[in-house]
Design a protein around this ligand. Sequence first.
Ligand SMILES: Cc1cc2nc3c(=O)[nH]c(=O)nc-3n(C[C@H](O)[C@H](O)[C@H](O)COP(=O)(O)O)c2cc1C
Ligand code: SF4
Length: 327
Amino acid sequence: MPMVSKVFTPVDLQEMHIKNRVCRAAVNDYSGNFDGTVSKEQCRLYRELAKNQVGLFITGNFYVNKEGQLDATENDISEEICCLSAAELAHIVHQYEAKIVIQISHAGKKNKISKKNALKYSKIQNLSEECFKQIKRDFIKACIHCRKSGADGVQLHFGHGYLLSDILEHYEKGLEFAEELLAGIREKLPKYPVFVKVNSNISEKIYYGFGALCQKYFVTAIEISGSNFAEKTKEDHLYYLDKAIELKKICNVPMILTGGIRTIEDAAKVLGSGIEMVGMGRPFLCEPDLLLKWENQGSKCISCCKCFGLYQDEGYRCALEKGKEVW
Ligand SMILES: Cc1cc2nc3c(=O)[nH]c(=O)nc-3n(C[C@H](O)[C@H](O)[C@H](O)COP(=O)(O)O)c2cc1C
Ligand code: SF4
């Protein structure tokens, strides 16, 4: 079968069956309600993408505790009551036979709401043992809430300078922390699909060590990303393919590659290398119906990154959309 056709064939990530190989990577849509619940606007976004063939959704980040809230419109999954609201997204995508994974995170030093909290988490080495324990407890609790919401899985955000990536990459006991967290989740949820997203442009010792932990604790899929995707230009494609292939050689965990996939030929190249799925973020901001026309044209996204915060400031999602109706 030509690799281009493989894009629209089903895939099993461990026990999770997905109707095609395309994942909408986590994208903060800056549209949650101020009380942390899922908004009507978010439901509309997910329905629009689900209608247009996305096989697997990873939600924008949901915070696991108040100190880890990134911005005013981020969704909350810290309390059991949050399951009711998160369930709305699961309900929508399931109508289109797609799967949904809730991304959970702690903003750490990136907290835009409280300078005090941003400062507290900017110095990982100064955090107390009790604080590390509390972080683990909050992530484990959030995983349980994701399962209760009816989401098909949960993704731990270990990338992009959020707290888990800071701990993994910059704390001397980072791998130990990650192991305790994964073990704690598996103790409570032995079978629930658990995904991780990780930066690949980190020290090899940490990158490969983390891959080994994912295998040991039956992680459902590793999403390979990097901290520098926003520095790439329109000409750059497949930012982290080489790093994903390297990890694949020694790690028997399904993988999703995200970053700079713009054409169906890019996707074919990824799948041809043995990576199970492709993830896209910005291309779906540009064109929610991209998959319907992908065989004939690549994404229009020019990787300018103006979409960060654009919706909050201007009321539309992509710089190329100016003057058009907001989707
Ligand atoms: C506006 C915007 C918001 C994003 N929000 C998140 C997020 O909440 N969680 C996350 O892991 N990545 C987030 N990302 C990163 C994307 O998931 C993806 O890794 C990155 O955009 C590179 O993929 P792409 O080239 O397909 O866009 C965001 C990216 C953009 C542009
Ligand atoms: S604003 Fe720029 S980077 Fe973002 S989706 Fe549009 S073209 Fe792509």
